[in-house]
Design a protein around this ligand. Structure first.
Ligand SMILES: O=c1ccn([C@H]2C[C@H](O)[C@@H](CO)O2)c(=O)[nH]1
Length: 135
């Protein structure tokens, strides 16, 4: 699976975004170590705070589908941004807990401007539970 292919899946996922409030559609595609892809899109809510970002949608969906913590290979994120779309702070924390620290996060926009950073690069000094520190 190339970065470009995973981004194509994120573009597909983006079409499913539920964004009546911000109108800002985000798509993600999360590749697990078995080769399965888990789609994510942002899902907003009239009470605002229940809104879920695309990245967390795909991560939580994968966990609910039985993927274990750490068994992820890459995630692609795309939105109509000026530069590549980067995950918010909350999503960085969730990525940090569930994914390998060296996992690539492939960020892009609709013009195909792409940047790749690892989970650790996106959240230096992340909060880590004591029981996760030696894993
Ligand atoms: O990386 C990001 C940044 C924002 N959003 C969503 C949250 C909200 O629905 C909308 C505007 O912030 O975009 C994501 O899904 N992923």
């Amino acid at each position: 699976m190339t970065n470009e292919q995973l981004l194509e899946h994120a573009m597909e996922a983006r079409k499913r975004a539920y964004v009546p409030y911000s109108k800002f559609a985000v798509g993600s595609a999360l590749l697990d170590t078995s080769g399965h892809i888990h789609y994510g899109c942002n899902v907003e809510n009239g009470a605002y705070s229940p809104t879920n970002c695309a990245e967390r949608t795909s991560l939580h969906r994968a966990i609910a589908d039985g993927v274990k913590r750490g068994a992820f290979a890459a995630i692609a994120v795309v939105a109509d941004t000026n530069g590549p779309c980067t995950p918010c702070g909350v999503c960085r924390q969730v990525l940090s807990e569930l994914c390998p620290q060296d996992m690539p996060v492939i960020m892009s926009n609709l013009r195909g401007e792409t940047k790749v950073m690892t989970v650790a690069e996106l959240l230096p000094g992340a909060f880590v539970l004591e029981e996760h520190k030696n894993i």
